[in-house]
Design a protein around this ligand. Structure first.
Ligand code: ADP
Ligand code: MG
Length: 633
């Protein structure tokens, strides 16, 4: 029957995947059929695609369908299709390896944590190898649509290797997969069981699925049906089919557009993000149909990448059936559809934000991180900005969210800027000395915790004519104009004329001590609680942005900044006292170095904590000495 007997080893990652699948929980085994049917459907789609392009292929009379048969005696299930088939090379390259990008990483994660494997396996298209959850041996017999190719038989027990043999007898185009069930999976050889699985997972496959000769699936293109005739349950089923999610979608966006271009779209926003490890990067995009024919699975150009969480299908009346995937992007009709679909998502989100802010908050919690990446999209900037949310000083805690419009509503009269502070947490930001003047003036701030937020601020630059300003870049003169709303905590006497002069020479002295490390030393109007802080020159990047740039340039140099001194702070007053009696007192240098290092530390710039700790220790040693001698007296 065969001409040769070639044994091949599986690639290492395939063995790994097999190992995980075989140990997968009982509840996941159902999905093997979903995977085989989805491959069969892909193979049929590919054939249709070739046919539309005018490619010649054999067995034109074969109906395009998927057939499933049960052989109870032999404990076998046979899944066959009349699709594109596979050549010997296809079998080696597509079945012998895991070509999908990110799979290796996926496997590493799963190998580390088997429990999570059990929880998420059903949500991913694990592919052909899932068949080994139920099989002790699998035989693939396949004949490519390329007329000159021979039929091939592939056999494996899913352990370490497979054999490939050419079949001498002529076969018709397509693929047949014979599954010999393992002992724990014999109960799958039941019609009702398979019918249930098909109805649950494969009901919306666009080719007939015949189980023992009877069609089980509906073969309706739900997206082409009028909205009014579709039940919530049908939407959910279709969403579950598309996404492998088992929950309800957060939002369903269904529309039928007639002019200027005719198309139907049915999109969903999942309630949860399933990209648990960030490895599933390529698994996004909308399925593109032309008059019910699938042109491309997971097309990545219909929606911008920052809307990648959207699942769905788009079906066009106007694109030519034989359009090539390569030229899609340049097609004028395609780009109009893409614009229109993108607008549909934006308006659905805006509507959600306006009508149901709780729902929108849960959207933001799940998908906000991805959505924010749209800061570079100039065409949709206004719609995008209105949908942004931030934590802010106006919220009670770290969980609260504020829109930019809400910020502006709450802003002070005459305030023309939107202020923001960046930090690791709300608590950390609250300790930032730069915030002191905002607190004392009662000016609101956005709190940014995600490095992407900095890019959002610096690309948008403004919102409704309000400029974004980082707290360390703010023009103090503008803030000083606002009335102080808090009581000053440490009421100190104003400096005498004479002391003002001493202060000014102390400031020059501090500049001398710090030398090139700072551009200038000046008295501060922004500080209330802290003795000193570092300030960015007005035209420079914010310090967070600088840090991000430094990280990406592997540069850990400290940018030069101005130092501001709080002349009403007890420490500075004491320092002035020392300075007045002896301008050369070594205590001054010690304190100044320490103030500089502490400010750097707060800014997250301190590269060498050792000298800071040494300095603190030596000062503690001295002050404890003074304390002891005071006690003795
Ligand atoms: P995926 O479907 O995500 O590519 P699979 O592991 O399910 O991953 O399948 C691997 C590849 O094997 C497919 O991409 C396809 O090239 C090939 N293949 C699997 N089943 C069939 C089939 N029934 N007909 C033709 N090709 C198939
Ligand atoms: Mg597949």
């Amino acid at each position: 029957m065969t001409t040769e007997n070639n044994q091949f080893e599986f690639k290492a990652e395939v063995k790994q995947l097999l190992n995980i699948l075989v140990h997968s929980l009982y509840t996941n085994r159902d999905i093997f059929l979903r995977e085989l049917i989805s491959n069969a459907s892909d193979a049929l789609d590919k054939l249709k695609f070739e046919s539309n392009r005018g490619t010649e292929y054999p067995d034109k009379d074969l109906p395009l369908e998927i057939s499933i048969k049960i052989d109870k005696e032999a404990n076998q299930i046979i899944v066959s299709d009349t699709g594109i088939g596979m050549t010997k090379e296809d079998l080696i390259n597509h079945i012998g390896t895991i070509a999908k990008s990110g799979s290796a990483e996926f496997l590493q994660q799963l190998a580390k944590d088997k429990d999570s494997a059990n929880n998420i396996i059903g949500k991913f298209g694990v592919g052909f190898y899932s068949v080994f959850m139920v099989a002790k041996e699998v035989t693939i017999r396949t004949k490519s649509f390329k007329a000159e190719e021979n039929a091939i038989e592939w056999v494996s027990d899913g352990l370490g290797s497979y054999t490939l043999n050419e079949l001498e007898e002529l076969r018709k185009r397509g693929t047949e997969i014979v599954i010999s069930l393992n002992d724990e999976s014999k109960d799958f050889a039941e019609k009702y069981r398979l019918e249930n699985i098909i109805k649950t997972h494969s009901n919306f496959i666009t080719f007939p699925i015949k189980l023992e000769g009877e069609q089980v699936n509906k073969v309706t293109a739900l997206w082409r049906e009028p909205k009014s005739s579709i039940t919530k349950e049908q939407y959910k089923d279709f969403y579950n089919f598309l996404s492998y999610d088992s929950e309800e979608p957060l939002e369903t966006i269904h529309s039928s557009v007639d002019a200027p271009i005719q198309f139907n779209s049915l999109m969903f926003i999942p309630a949860k993000t399933y990209d648990l490890f960030g490895f599933n990067r390529d698994d996004y995009g909308l399925d593109l149909y032309v008059r019910r024919v699938l042109i491309q699975h997971k097309n990545k150009d219909l929606l911008p990448e920052f809307l990648a969480f959207v699942k769905g299908v788009v079906d066009s009346e106007d694109l030519p059936l034989n359009i090539s995937r390569e030229t899609l992007q340049e097609d004028l009709i395609f780009s109009k559809i893409s614009q229109s679909v993108t607008n549909q998502v934006f308006s659905a989100l805006q509507k959600m934000a306006d009508k149901d802010s709780e729902k929108y908050q849960s959207f933001w919690k799940e998908h906000g991180r991805v959505f924010k990446l749209g800061y570079g999209d100039y065409t949709n900037r206004d719609k995008y900005s209105k949908l942004l949310r931030f934590n802010s000083s106006y919220n009670d805690d770290e969980k609260g969210l504020l829109s930019l419009e809400e910020y502006i509503e709450k802003a002070k009269e005459n305030q023309k800027e939107i202020y923001y502070a960046f930090g690791a947490s709300r608590a950390a930001i609250n300790m930032d000395p730069h915030l002191e003047i905002f607190k004392s003036k009662g000016i609101g701030l956005l709190y940014l915790y995600d490095p992407v937020d900095e890019f959002v601020m610096s690309s948008l630059r403004n919102f409704n004519d309000y400029e974004f300003k980082s707290v360390d870049q703010v023009d103090l003169k503008k803030l000083e104009e606002f009335e102080t709303v808090t009581e000053k905590k440490n009421i100190v006497d104003d400096l005498s004329k004479d002391d003002e002069l001493h202060l000014s020479s102390l400031l020059s002295n501090i500049k001398e001590i710090l030398g090139d490390k700072v551009t200038e030393v000046r008295a501060s109007t922004r500080l209330t609680d802290s003795p000193a802080c570092l300030i960015n020159p007005d035209d420079s990047m914010s310090s967070t942005m600088q840090k991000i740039m430094n990280l990406s340039n592997k540069d850990n140099s400290i940018p030069k900044r101005a130092m501001e001194i709080n002349k009403d702070h007890k420490l500075i007053r004491n320092l002035l006292h020392v300075f007045k009696s002896d301008t050369q007192d070594p205590f001054i240098k010690k304190v100044v170095d320490q103030l500089y290092d502490s400010s750097l530390l707060l800014e997250g710039y301190l590269n060498d904590p050792h000298s800071l700790v040494q300095n603190i220790n030596s000062m503690l040693e001295e002050s404890s000495g003074w304390y002891v001698s005071l006690k003795k007296k």
